[in-house]
Design a protein around this ligand. Structure first.
Ligand code: GLC
Length: 515
């Protein structure tokens, strides 16, 4: 019976929303330069409305030299010309809102670009007023690096020596992404103002990039021996971060409309991750990543679900779930390419208790692109999952381009595209559409409690909600038929038609929702 309780009534929109992540470079190009843009997103809002998602999260579209493809921001308050301008952004928000779709944008508070005017000033001299807006340290007396931290993208040192002033600056990501110093009140005020800039333009919330990194150890102490060589972003846990998060939350709460703060917190320790919800006064939602690291395996996934829910439950924290994003191979690729697994995974993702995050293209069953050496773009090897989305069967697949897109197409774009799959009622695209429709019409799937059920090996099952409204979700991870004794009518299955009484026998690779 449900062990993780349902939330209380009158819940904010983001508890029942399904969020759809868009990597703007890869969604749709309307200008012919081979790079997706904001107008391309605007033109495909009809796809998202039909699909049935509630909110879009846009990865960074801000002015950037693109060393980390936009996660290196040179102006927090403008649109890079590659993607459009502020007017295009406003038009996108207006159209999305008119269609009932909320807009969440990415906010990158831990680091800027080396091209940001703040850093240009900061590096110009040791006594520049903005020197302290970044983290500068002298070399150790022997000339070596200030500490042993490792950056997270290429696993090099987290420090780079700036020749002009003879000091090192901290960068927990690429050398082109210097860490901002949130301990400096001027910098903190300036960053909180960037939130207000976009809140005033009507955004519904932020996905906050590695936001657990903004509090820094004042000593910048060496990583202890057992952690030497691990990137610092999976380790950083500082009391100051929580002070900043409470101040960030206050900015959002000062606006009408339940603006949401979603933190990317890749800490391995689930209790530390959960701590970033605070006492309902820090982040509203926190990504947790164990689901991305688990294989398609019933016992592994059961363990991920139970440990994650157990870490959140004592705080009354609302879970999030994500299988794919722009940093990891797509889940279908990770699971070996099987479409049957991808279909079952869609059911799992969208029926768990919490807010699910889809990654654009998973509804098309996309696999990662194969990237030949001369097309590699990302220094951290993440190009495969960032391949362009094919909209139509014929090249250039709905992209307005005479040139090749910035990355190669994913496999079989002539089949795996929105046009062809929309015409096929048995496609994975229609499956996503059906699950999302069922979710919208089924209160137990949106807000019900969750309880794991006893299962034979190779099967995962849980109940959502209680009483006559309750729904049971069962996933068969095996390639064979599996008896599973549960009563109910099939509301949706990845392998059989709906509306029949469940016969107690799971099909190979089947995921089924029973009521
Ligand atoms: C986050 C982003 C990733 C980026 C990094 C640095 O992990 O998801 O794409 O490279 O932060 O901003």
């Amino acid at each position: 019976m449900p062990t993780h309780p349902p939330p209380t009534s009158s819940e904010p929109w983001w508890k029942t929303a399904v969020v759809y992540q868009i990597y703007p470079r890869s969604f749709c190009d309307t200008t012919g330069n081979g790079v997706g843009d904001l107008e391309g997103i605007r033109r495909h809002l009809d796809h998202l409305v039909w699909l049935g998602i509630d909110a879009i999260w846009l990865s960074p579209f801000f002015t950037s030299p693109m060393f980390d493809y936009g996660y290196d921001v040179a102006d927090y308050c403008d649109v890079d010309r590659l993607f459009g301008d502020l007017a295009t952004f406003d038009a996108l928000v207006a159209d999305a809102h008119a269609l009932g779709i909320r807009v969440i944008i990415d906010w990158v508070p831990n680091h800027s670009s080396i091209d940001h005017p703040w850093f240009v000033e900061s590096r110009s001299s040791r006594d520049n007023p903005k020197r302290d807006w970044y983290v500068w340290r002298d070399p150790k007396p022997d000339g070596s690096l200030p500490n042993n931290w490792v950056e997270s993208l290429t696993y090099g040192p987290a420090w780079t020596l700036d020749q002009t002033t003879g000091q090192y600056y901290l960068h927990n990501f690429l050398p082109q992404q210097p860490d901002l110093n949130w301990a400096n009140p001027g910098l903190k005020t300036a960053m909180l103002d960037t939130l207000r800039f976009w809140l005033d333009r009507g955004v519904d919330g932020f996905r906050m990039d590695v936001v657990h990194m903004i509090g820094k150890d004042p000593e910048l102490a060496d990583e202890p021996p057992e952690f030497v060589g691990l990137p610092h972003d999976i380790l950083n846990e500082q009391p100051e971060t929580h002070v900043h998060l409470r101040d960030i939350r206050k900015v959002l709460d000062s606006y009408e409309g339940d603006r949401v703060a979603i933190g990317e917190i890749p800490l391995f320790d689930l209790d530390l991750m959960a701590g970033h919800y605070g006492d309902d006064d820090e982040l509203h939602l926190v990504f947790n990543f164990p689901l991305i690291f688990a294989q398609w395996d019933a016992s592994q996934l059961r363990n991920v679900l139970t440990t994650t829910l157990a870490a959140l439950e004592p705080r009354g924290a609302w879970p999030t779930w994500v299988l794919s994003n722009h940093d990891f191979p797509r889940h279908r690729t990770r699971y070996g390419g099987s479409e049957a697994y991808a279909r079952a995974a869609a059911v799992l993702l969208l029926t768990l208790q919490g807010t699910p995050f889809m990654y654009a293209g998973e509804e098309l069953g996309l696999l990662d692109a194969v990237i030949p050496p001369d097309r590699v773009r990302d220094p951290a090897g993440r190009d495969g999952c960032r391949a362009p989305l094919p909209w139509t069967a014929e090249p250039p697949h709905g992209w307005s381009t005479d040139t090749e897109p910035w990355l190669p197409w994913p496999p079989v774009p002539e089949h795996s595209n929105a046009e062809v799959l929309r015409d096929d009622p048995t496609s994975i695209l229609h499956l996503y559409h059906s699950i999302l429709a069922l979710r919208r019409d089924t209160p137990a799937l949106r807000l019900g409690g969750i309880g794991m059920l006893q299962t034979p090996p190779g099967v995962l099952a849980f109940q959502r909600g209680d009483g006559p409204e309750a729904v049971t979700v069962v996933v068969n991870f095996t390639e064979g038929h599996m008896p599973f004794d549960v009563a109910g009518v099939v509301a949706l299955s990845t392998t059989r038609p709906a509306n029949d009484e469940f016969d107690g026998m799971l099909h190979p690779d089947e995921a089924v929702i029973l009521r």
